[in-house]
Design a protein around this ligand. Structure first.
Ligand code: NDP
Length: 287
């Protein structure tokens, strides 16, 4: 049996349409559009592509998009000063500092300088803490998107066994917190986990956020499970071309899973859609 594909592109399009409706209502009520400001330090080409995509997505749902592109040698103090100005600018609802930052800048310090109410990436310790203790928070976009995809496939996940592979602050840990809040029984696996295959074999829901191509083997998957592949890995092909693959051995896992996300076209499109949803929520909460 072959798993059903979870269509992240379609789910993301539906979420963007919901956000556009919310933005129109916000404009009608408040007389201004929600605004997202993205800060990019340096000239990393991948980061520049992400920033461009975020700006375009904002405009498509009727939000105001602004960008600050700073040179790689920008002093940390100057970046912190810019964040201070954005924090007090009433037209700015969301602030996103594109990661990674150049090595001479302390990214924890930069994240902590963002007003938690404008922290649409959900990386500020106040938002991470609120999520951990079950209070309303701006939640990191990738795990939020994963939860929407899991709900699309399974509906109610109360009591389900979930394994999250990876414990980063931007994916694994918030993903585990969201699944716990949704009443799943959650195991967090990482590089020191013994018998990863055994944990995965018990899971009704597997979220893989590791960064190693196809490390989750197909035969580990419990028949009928919902598999969410967060990984984005570019691999070289024998013909010299490259291809994007996830952290799950897709072809083999598809034979056992009930639902599975493709890479690309699964989790990826959800991330920007959730960023737009966070920006709208931040604007609604502020005004
Ligand atoms: P990190 O490198 O920050 O975290 C990777 C995690 O994987 C760590 O917790 C690490 O464990 C764990 N890990 C490493 N090796 C193993 C192993 N052999 N077995 C089990 N666990 C292991 O990565 P991110 O969380 O930032 O990203 C993960 C993946 O998701 C990447 O491919 C990234 O590109 C992708 N990504 C995709 C996004 C999207 O929009 N689709 C957004 C963000 C990320 P330990 O803590 O012990 O080191």
């Amino acid at each position: 049996m072959s798993a059903l594909l979870i269509d992240g592109k379609a789910r993301a399009a539906a979420l963007r349409a919901e956000v556009a409706t919310g933005v129109a209502a916000f404009v009608a009520a408040r007389g201004r559009a929600p605004g997202l400001t993205v800060v990019l330090v340096g000239d990393d080409p991948a980061s520049a592509v992400y920033v461009g995509a975020k700006g375009k997505a904002c405009l498509e749902v009727g939000m105001i998009s602004a960008e600050h592109r700073l040179p790689a040698e920008t002093a940390q103090a100057d970046l912190l000063a810019l964040i201070g100005r954005l924090n007090s600018d009433p037209a700015v609802d969301g602030i996103l500092v594109q990661m990674p930052l150049p090595k001479h800048i302390d990214s924890d310090r930069v994240i902590a300088a963002i007003d938690p109410g404008k922290d649409v990436d959900g990386f500020h310790p106040v938002n991470a803490g609120r999520l951990a203790i079950g209070q309303p928070a701006l939640v990191p976009c990738t795990p939020s998107g994963c939860l929407l995809l899991i709900r699309e496939a399974l509906g109610d996940i109360s009591g389900a066994e979930a394994v999250v592979i990876g414990r980063s602050s931007i994916v694994g840990k918030p993903m585990a917190a969201l699944l716990t809040a949704a009443s799943a029984t959650v195991t967090i696996a990482h590089s020191r986990t013994r018998d990863l295959a055994g944990h995965v074999a018990r899971a009704d829901i597997v979220v893989a956020a590791v960064g190693i191509p196809a490390m989750v083997q197909g035969h580990w998957i419990k028949p009928g499970a919902c598999v969410i592949d967060v990984g984005i890995n570019r691999i070289a092909l024998p013909d010299g071309k490259t291809r994007l693959v996830g952290d799950v051995d897709f072809a083999a896992a598809r034979e056992r899973a009930g639902w599975i996300t493709p890479v690309p076209g699964g989790v990826g499109p959800m991330t920007i859609a959730c960023l737009l949803a966070n920006t709208l929520s931040a604007a609604q909460a502020r005004s």
